[in-house]
Design a protein around this ligand. Structure first.
Ligand SMILES: Nc1ncnc2c1ncn2[C@@H]1O[C@H](COP(=O)(O)OP(=O)(O)OP(=O)(O)O)[C@@H](O)[C@H]1O
Length: 273
């Protein structure tokens, strides 16, 4: 479902909110099947956390959502990924357009280190082939940095290199770069795993501020983080001879306080994985 939400003070255009869903999604690397018929609804404007032991297919699942999985040689996919009800793998759909609407932030901050902070943000536009006038470019840079929670820290040094920022600031710069192209969904693959606790808190605050105006899907190994930032949660599990599946999904509070499946209870309570 798509809804339109007004922006905050100083912002001009409304943001489109789109939900994401998969139906019977399976994925392979060559002959190795790593995901088996995964169906999940990721509600518009909410944060959905994907949890589960290492190797159960969380990152692969995330990468199927914006068509990054197909960039791996030999990778295959079955089932559907629906953005606002429309299959992102439909015939004729351009992967670049899908990736503009569904952005991604990676485990390690990856700004262009020698490029200025402002140009790093604007590089998202260039990569997506979006041309904007000078005034609008400056507005978008400020707006994206504000939304990423970084503006106050960098507004007086936009011309300095992105590589000179701290790790946490670099990650928020990468978030700003993703936001510049106005995605409807932001995928985050363990975005805090390379950060110290203070920087982690700042990124979590940014995620909390983005919620409601963007749909977020985040992979995390940190159970406290999943509880702090997500409204919905999906627990993935695989074994040596069975591909990753969702054992249980639902409201985060319920998954942590009253899980239905014993395996979920064991995992969220740190008894395995
Ligand atoms: N590029 C690739 N080529 C071949 N196999 C891969 C590739 N990427 C992942 N895999 C395999 O797919 C399975 C799922 O990996 P994936 O990285 O999605 O799991 P994960 O749950 O995200 O793990 P982690 O929590 O450790 O990041 C694993 O068996 C992994 O070895």
């Amino acid at each position: 479902m798509t809804t339109t939400v007004p922006r905050q003070a100083g912002e001009t255009e409304p943001t489109r909110l789109s939900g994401l869903a998969t139906r019977d999604l399976s994925a392979w690397f060559g002959a190795h099947k790593v995901l088996e018929r995964v169906s999940l609804e990721m509600a518009a404007g909410q944060v959905t956390a994907l949890i589960g032991p290492s190797g159960c297919g969380k990152s692969t699942y995330l990468r199927t959502l914006n068509r990054m999985h197909e960039m791996v040689r030999g990778a295959q996919l079955g089932g559907e990924v629906l953005l606002n009800g429309e299959d992102v793998y439909a015939h004729g759909r351009r992967p670049a357009e899908v990736r503009r609407r569904i952005g991604m932030v990676f485990q390690r901050p990856n700004p262009f280190p020698a490029m200025s902070i402002a140009d790093n943000v604007a590089s998202g536009l260039k990569l997506a082939g979006i041309k904007v006038g000078r005034d609008h470019r400056e507005h978008l840079i400020e707006d994206s940095l504000r939304r990423a929670g970084l503006w106050n820290e960098v507004s007086n040094r936009l011309g300095t290199p992105g590589g000179a920022l701290s790790g946490g600031q670099q990650q928020r710069l990468c978030i700003a770069r993703s936001l510049a192209v106005e995605p409807e969904v932001l995928l985050m693959d363990e975005p805090c795993s390379a950060l110290d606790p203070t920087s982690t808190r700042r990124v979590e605050e940014t995620i909390a501020e983005l919620r409601g105006r963007l749909t977020i899907v985040i992979v995390t190994h940190n159970m406290q983080q999943a509880q702090r930032i997500s409204q919905s949660c999906a627990f993935f599990l695989a074994s040596h001879d069975t591909p990753g599946r969702i054992v249980e999904a639902g409201p985060t509070e319920q998954l942590f306080s009253a899980p239905v499946d014993q395996r979920t209870a064991d995992y969220v309570n740190g008894r395995f994985g």
